[in-house]
Design a binder for this molecule. Structure first.
Ligand code: NAD
Length: 359
């Protein structure tokens, strides 16, 4: 058995479509979920790609993920919207919410949109990409309702999730600035991927169940649980708390304050701020200054160990171009878990393997 499969994007899509159909999803939902997950793998974020399917299957089987749900507007106050995701697939209700927010911001110049009750919204950068594609600045503060996995600065156990912060800024005539990261020093999914590959994680990323430093990813994946550290010491910790306060308490009306580890569902609360720079008074100054700054900053001569200076968003576009040609690496453990998840949903393992070209 190979340790790593390399699967062409089309093949992976075909196999994942079969597994997602096992949730009883409509054709449109199957396409939304599949495309979003494979796109995360294409951009290099395997932590938020097809490897999430086993977790989604468990959430569905425990009754906490509702297929074929739609987003519902709970409050509409012009530039402020409150939406409810009805515990539906984040890949679907996230897209629907962004469509509503983008339409509103394009009308009135901005929109502050609260989304609660969404199941896992995946790679949050996908939503910022939708915003910038419409010419909007797209800011996202997201919390995670699942078992806590990140320790507060100075604390010795897990108290909140990997709470991502995401910002997309359109750069006229160029690819956008797309900053999208977990506020933990490493995304939880990346510890899962390392654990599945039998690899350790770098020092200063994790603490064990006694609060001691460790490089063993098991402490983030299987019991007894330790915790991941926030990135950037007290600064990243502060951003994580901000995401909990805005994405969780304010947007979703749901913040994390329990040590219950029994449920497999992952809900995200997300506060989105959309701004139309063309309606802020001096669009031409914004455009010329943004481009001049981008040129200035990327012109810094690379220091040893670097080939050049990049803007956020570039690594994902580079990974995408490369992986479209080379195929998508999926480690054997993750692949087995995906096939097993399909079986739990009544999908034939042989058919999934054949669709991926691995039979
Ligand atoms: N839905 C959820 O609950 C949830 C929770 C946590 C994270 N996430 C997602 O996980 C994904 C991965 O997060 P992560 O923390 O592992 O990301 P990461 O550490 O890989 O950082 C990614 C960000 O850094 C930028 N970047 C990387 N290298 C760069 C370079 N050399 N120069 C300039 N910029 C550079 C990237 O363009 C990107 O914006 C994100 O898409 C995030 O939205 C989702």
């Amino acid at each position: 058995m190979k340790d790593m499969h390399v699967i062409p994007a089309d093949r992976l899509r075909a196999a994942v479509r079969m597994v997602v159909a096992g949730f009883g999803s409509s054709e449109a939902e199957v396409a939304d979920v599949t495309d979003n997950l494979v796109e995360a793998n294409l951009t290099g974020h395997d932590s938020h790609g097809v490897g999430m399917l086993p977790r989604y299957a468990e959430a569905f089987l425990e009754g906490n993920l509702k297929p074929n749900a739609s987003v519902r507007t709970v409050m509409d106050a012009g530039a402020m919207l409150r939406l409810d995701g009805d515990t539906g697939f984040g890949q679907v209700v996230g897209r629907q919410a962004m469509e509503i927010g983008i339409a509103r911001a394009s009308q009135v110049g901005c929109c502050i949109m609260a989304l609660g009750n969404a199941h896992h919204l995946g790679r949050i950068g996908a939503w910022a990409e939708m915003g910038v594609a419409a010419g909007l600045v797209s800011l996202h503060f997201t919390n995670v309702i699942s078992r806590g996995i990140v320790a507060p600065y100075g604390g010795s156990d897990a108290r909140f999730g990997t709470n991502p912060f995401t910002a997309g800024v359109p750069l006229p005539g160029r690819e956008p600035f797309l900053l999208d990261f977990a506020t933990s020093v490493i995304a939880q999914g990346k510890t899962r991927v390392s654990h599945n590959k039998g690899e350790s994680v770098p020092p200063d990323h994790l603490i064990d169940n006694h609060g001691r430093p460790t490089t063993d990813p098991r402490y983030s994946v299987i019991e007894p649980f330790g915790a991941i550290l926030a990135f950037g010491a007290h600064k990243g910790y502060g951003m994580a708390v901000l995401c909990e306060l805005l994405g969780g308490a304010l947007a979703a009306g749901m913040a994390l304050h329990t040590s219950d580890t029994s449920k497999r569902r992952v809900y995200n609360g997300m506060l989105t701020v959309l701004i139309d720079p063309r309606m802020m008074g001096d669009a031409s100054a914004f455009e010329s200054e943004a481009l001049a700054f981008a040129d200035w900053v990327t012109a810094s001569p690379p220091r040893e160990g670097f080939d050049r200076v990049r803007l956020a968003g570039e690594p994902e576009r580079e990974a995408r171009a490369r992986r479209l040609v080379e195929g998508l690496p999926v480690d054997a453990t993750t692949w087995r878990q995906i096939v097993a998840a399909g079986e739990k949903l009544g999908v034939s393992a042989t058919a999934v393997e054949a669709a991926a070209g691995l039979a």
